[in-house]
Design a protein around this ligand. Structure first.
Ligand code: DQA
Length: 143
C-alpha cells in the first residue's frame, strides 16, 4: 500500500513556530515518525510539504493511479482552499485530514475545513501522533 502524506504552509517550521500550540517537536521529528510508521504499518510513505497551494494541488493530481491513500494537513489552506478540496474529489483517493492542534477549540476562522468536506476522517489535537493514527487507519481500512 502506498500512502502520500501532504503538509501545507509553515509545517516545515514545526518546533520553531508557536510551540505552545504546535509543540516542540520539529519537522525532522515528523519525518522520522513517518519513517517508523511506514515500517510499523508495512506501507510505503511518500511525504511532501509546500507553502504553495498550487503545488499541493499538483501533488494531489499526480497521486491519481499511484497512491492508495492520502494523509493531509493542509495547514492554513484548510480554512480557505476550495482548490485542494476539488483536487481531492477529482482523484477520489481515500483521505484523512490531520491537524496537530485542536482546531475545534481555536479561533472562529479555523472552524471551517474545505478539504475536510472530502476527507473521511479528521484527527486533531494529538500532535504528531495524529499522522501515525491516520496512516494506521488507512492501512486498516484499505490495506
Ligand atoms: C494546523 C491548524 C491550522 O489552523 C493552521 O493554520 C496550521 C496548522 C494544525 O496542524 O493544527 O498551520 O493545520
Amino acid at each position: 500500500m502506498k500512502i502520500l502524506v501532504l503538509n501545507g504552509p509553515n509545517i516545515n517550521m514545526l518546533g520553531i513556530r508557536e510551540p505552545d500550540i504546535y509543540g516542540k517537536q520539529t519537522f525532522g521529528d515528523l519525518l522520522a515518525l513517518l519513517e517508523s510508521t511506514a515500517l510499523e504499518a508495512g506501507v510505503t510513505i511518500e511525504q511532501y510539504q509546500s507553502n504553495h497551494e498550487g503545488d499541493l494541488v499538483d501533488k494531489i493530481q499526480a497521486a491519481y493511479g499511484r497512491f492508495d491513500g492520502i494523509v493531509i494537513n493542509p495547514a492554513a489552506y484548510t480554512h480557505t482552499s476550495v482548490a485542494i478540496l476539488d483536487a481531492l474529489k477529482a482523484v477520489s483517493i481515500p483521505a484523512v485530514e490531520v491537524h496537530i492542534s485542536q482546531v475545534d477549540a481555536r479561533e472562529p476562522f479555523r472552524q471551517i475545513s474545505y478539504p475536510g468536506m472530502y476527507c473521511e476522517k479528521t484527527i486533531q489535537g494529538l500532535g504528531l501522533e495524529g499522522y501515525r493514527q491516520a496512516v494506521l487507519y488507512l492501512k486498516k481500512r484499505y490495506g
